[in-house]
Ligand binder design. Structure first.
Ligand SMILES: NC(=O)c1ccc[n+]([C@@H]2O[C@H](COP(=O)([O-])OP(=O)(O)OC[C@H]3O[C@@H](n4cnc5c(N)ncnc54)[C@H](OP(=O)(O)O)[C@@H]3O)[C@@H](O)[C@H]2O)c1
Length: 278
């Protein structure tokens, strides 16, 4: 089975290609050289020539703060390109997995977000990803929208690498303690996406590693597991100014995965251990 995977040079796309190969599929991993998401014509040509049997769309404009200034580019990549890909999937009558984000929510809910909660993004990136979700839902019946958060994988830059670098440079660090969510390890998520392609339980799902933490708690565990001695100070979001606003509550329930008999991912602490051991 020929499966198109976008964003192969990113964190998730890289691990999805590996997971597909290990399960005997023929992934075709692409990045901007083969299929530039700024170019609708190129997207359409590439997909219609390839004629894949499924699409796992991992590529995105992921620079959350920069997106506040590059609004048009962000919308082209995260929404308009998704529309073109979904139109191809519709023409070919194939399933598509679209990876989305906790940033579609505003983070004001007092409890975990479920898939049916109404999104209300508070930054450009989140709004562009929501528009991508809407195109997928409007155009397709055979779709999965998989919302993930705080992504880390071996192929790319992530919070863990940043913390390890900073931990080697500083004795003390201030880390945000009032944003709470779940890390998502791409090597754990990728096999679940392959499972999804093998079923027809289409719809929206939340899929992150199990358990919740603040960035401060995540950093603390990173330093413990990396055996780095750093004094951490908890700070609030207000004390750390960024161009893009971020939701305070990013907790997403994974109950729907269990309800539809998909396996849930290991805890975020196990994910971190696995990542560091690599
Ligand atoms: N990272 C997170 O914390 C996070 C959180 C929630 C959801 N997500 C979602 O999870 C998915 C995977 O994220 P990730 O962390 O694996 O992303 P990533 O590491 O930033 O990789 C994104 C990939 O998309 C490619 N891309 C960007 N612009 C492109 C263009 N114009 N044409 C073709 N390819 C382009 C990038 O290529 P270049 O390197 O050449 O730019 C890169 O290979 C995305 O849909 C993202 O929105 C991520």
């Amino acid at each position: 089975m020929k499966i198109l995977v976008t964003g192969v040079k990113g964190q998730l796309g890289y691990d999805v290609v590996k997971a597909l190969e290990s399960r005997g599929y023929q992934p075709v991993g692409v990045d901007r050289e083969e299929m530039d998401l700024m170019n609708d014509h190129m997207i359409d040509n590439f997909i219609m020539n390839l004629k894949p049997e499924a699409i796992i769309h991992c590529a995105a404009y992921t620079a959350v703060d920069q997106a506040e200034e590059e609004v048009e580019i962000c919308y082209q990549i995260n929404a308009e390109a998704v529309k073109v890909i979904a139109e191809c999937a519709k023409t070919l009558d194939i399933p598509m997995i679209y990876i989305s984000t906790d940033y579609v929510f505003d983070g004001t809910k007092a409890s975990e977000y479920v898939e049916t909660d109404i999104p209300n993004p508070i930054n450009v990136y989140g709004a562009s990803k929501l528009k991508g979700e809407q195109y997928v839902q409007q155009l397709l019946e055979k779709f999965y929208i998989v919302r993930i958060s705080w992504v880390f994988g071996i192929n790319g830059n992530n919070f863990i690498k940043t913390m390890q670098r900073l931990g080697n440079e500083h004795d003390e660090l201030n880390i945000i303690h009032d944003q709470v969510g779940s890390p998502t390890y791409t090597a754990h998520l990728a096999p679940l996406l392959v499972d999804m392609i093998e079923t027809d339980q289409y719809g929206i799902y939340h899929a992150t590693n199990e358990g919740y933490c603040s960035w401060y708690e995540f950093a603390d565990e990173i330093f413990k597991q990396s055996q780095l001695d750093v004094m951490l100070h908890p700070i609030t979001t207000d004390q750390y100014k960024t161009k893009a606003k971020r939701p305070l509550n990013s907790q997403m329930s994974k109950q729907k995965l269990s309800d539809y008999r998909f396996h849930r991912l290991p805890t975020w602490q196990e994910a971190l251990k696995n990542y560091i051991n690599q």
